[in-house]
Ligand binder design. Structure first.
Ligand SMILES: Nc1ncnc2c1ncn2[C@@H]1O[C@H](COP(=O)(O)OP(=O)(O)O)[C@@H](O)[C@H]1O
Ligand SMILES: [Mg+2]
Length: 281
């Protein structure tokens, strides 16, 4: 049994002046070491869930806990909480606060009670890890969107969280930038951080995640491994969600070529190619 980290129990949240709850009796938990995709249509409550997980908003009802310890909302507790959980906002502009790249990353370290020498050491290390040394003294407003994202992510990772939450991290990135981001996330995951990515991109979730959560109207309606989720086509249709292209192609191939269902379903074009070569060979 893997360790449970973050847990939401019967959580309700309605925005001030909101007509209906954005989170409507939400239950789920997150297991350590996984790569989790949080899927759902626009407006299903993904960003709200992340804001509550980071303690930015407080639920009107229900509770949020970490390894059975309940989230409290005083400054000290929130600071402790945010050392375990890091949140990368959809819009890096909302996250970046200081003048230059190095100042911004260092800013997040000041309330960790580190010595000046430790801050300097950790800053140098994180700049190197994220390939930001050359940009260290650049003003943030000189950076491209992809660079701003990288700086914002470096700032979150400088605090060494156990769980990293990312809100639509691939939005507005081109394919090269997305590839770079994925490499960074692989490195972060390999170093032991659990990842949760909120996205409405089904194809991305299918390729990347080893666990999928589906949010609908503020409730968790499905959770499981990709093959278990995407084989429930009619449930997905009711939720107005598509199935991934590659999954669809694979289903067509399996049925039209009468392939044995013991074969592994491919998650990437490369894997599809390998499977087909195996069949042909
Ligand atoms: N600042 C806000 N004020 C009022 N309602 C909001 C606010 N932000 C989001 N909502 C509402 O909360 C619901 C969930 O939104 P959100 O968490 O942003 O969903 P998602 O990230 O899945 O697109 C939606 O109905 C949205 O309109
Ligand atoms: Mg959102």
């Amino acid at each position: 049994m893997s360790e449970k980290l973050l847990k939401f129990e019967n959580v309700y949240y309605t925005y001030p002046g909101g007509q209906k709850p954005a989170l409507n009796g939400l239950n789920f938990s997150i297991t350590a070491t996984k790569k989790i995709a949080l899927l759902g249509q626009n407006g299903s409550g993904k960003s709200t869930l992340l804001f509550l997980a980071d303690g930015l908003y407080k639920p009107q009802k229900g509770q949020i806990s970490w390894a059975r310890e309940r989230l409290k909302y005083d400054r000290y507790s929130l600071n402790q909480w945010r050392q375990k959980i890091g949140l990368s906002f959809q819009d890096p502009e909302q996250q970046l606060v200081a003048g230059t790249v190095a100042e911004d990353i260092a800013y997040g370290l000041y309330n960790l009670k580190l010595s000046q020498a430790e801050i300097k050491q950790r800053l140098g290390q994180i700049l190197a890890e994220f390939g930001l040394q050359d940009l260290a003294d650049q003003p943030l407003h000189h950076l491209s969107l992809g660079q701003k994202r990288r700086v914002a992510l470096a700032g979150v990772m400088a605090r060494q969280p156990e769980l990293l939450l990312l809100d639509e991290p691939t939005a507005y990135l081109d394919s090269v930038q997305t590839g770079n981001l994925l490499e960074e996330l692989e490195r972060i995951h390999a170093a032991g951080t659990t990842l949760l990515i909120a996205t409405h991109d089904i194809n991305f979730a299918y390729q990347w995640a080893d666990w999928i959560l589906i949010l609908h109207e503020g409730k968790m309606v499905m959770s499981g491994e990709a093959q278990d989720i995407f084989s429930q086509r009619s449930s997905l249709a009711e939720l107005h969600l598509d199935v991934p292209i590659l999954w669809e192609v694979w289903q067509v191939l399996v049925s039209s070529l009468s392939l044995p269902n013991t074969m592994h379903f491919p998650k990437t074009i490369r894997q599809l190619e390998e499977q087909l070569q195996q069949i042909a060979g």
